[in-house]
Ligand binder design. Structure first.
Ligand SMILES: [Zn+2]
Length: 216
């Protein structure tokens, strides 16, 4: 497996970068298709690239074929190849960080890319050095969509904190129930199951929802 991964991944990365930077080398696509075929991956796009003369394939078609092949093999660029995914995750952390003081956590948390994990993902390091990546880490593939990134990050932070202290957070003041990070109607929210379910607050606006009750 290691042999397969090294050679094939190298080619997948080259093809991905070629697509991304708009300077795809058809020979890389052919090499990738041949490599995949050697390892018994066989899809229409792979066969087409192997069977046709690359010199006769128009660039737009080669581009489309390359995209299909990367899709076929489920290639996912990591944070190194797709730094915008890391930016999306950092933006999500700035939002959830606004809720952390309600849990007694102060200071600026940071995203930490976990190079030692496979596949490479990301965790969170709090200002005091505590690491939050219990129950897994955030995969780059979750970071194309800001809402999905924020929801995944919220769940990971919440589960990590729960695991560390067994203190339920946050709690819905109206129902006295623990609420959970969840995606509802395309928004990352704190969701309470009480009374058939309701949004306690959008993620990032928890202090207002909790503060209103406290001052009642
Ligand atoms: Zn509630």
């Amino acid at each position: 497996m290691a042999e397969y991964e090294a050679a094939t991944e190298q080619l997948e990365r080259r093809v991905y970068i070629g697509l991304r930077e708009d300077n795809l080398d058809p020979q890389d696509v052919v090499a990738l298709a041949c490599e995949l075929l050697d390892w018994s991956h066989c899809t229409e796009a792979i066969l087409e690239v192997v069977e046709r003369n690359p010199a006769e394939v128009p660039p737009a078609e080669m581009t489309a074929l390359a995209r299909r092949i990367l899709d076929d093999v489920g290639f996912e660029p990591g944070f190194d190849l797709a730094p915008e995914r890391l930016e999306t995750l950092r933006a999500a952390l700035r939002i959830i960080a606004r809720d952390l003081p309600t849990r007694g956590i102060e200071g600026e948390p940071e995203i930490e890319v976990l190079e030692d994990w496979f596949p490479t993902g990301a965790g969170v390091r709090l200002a005091d050095g505590d690491r939050l990546n219990w129950g897994g880490h955030i995969l780059p593939s979750t970071c194309d969509d800001p809402t999905m990134a924020l929801t995944s990050l919220t769940i990971m932070i919440q589960e990590s904190l729960l695991e560390q202290t067994w203190q339920v957070w946050p709690v819905c003041p109206r129902h006295d129930l623990g609420v959970h990070g969840s995606e509802r109607d395309g928004e990352a929210v704190w969701w309470c199951a009480g009374d058939g379910g309701h949004v306690l607050a959008p993620v990032g606006e928890l202090s207002r929802a909790l503060g209103r009750r406290r001052h009642k």
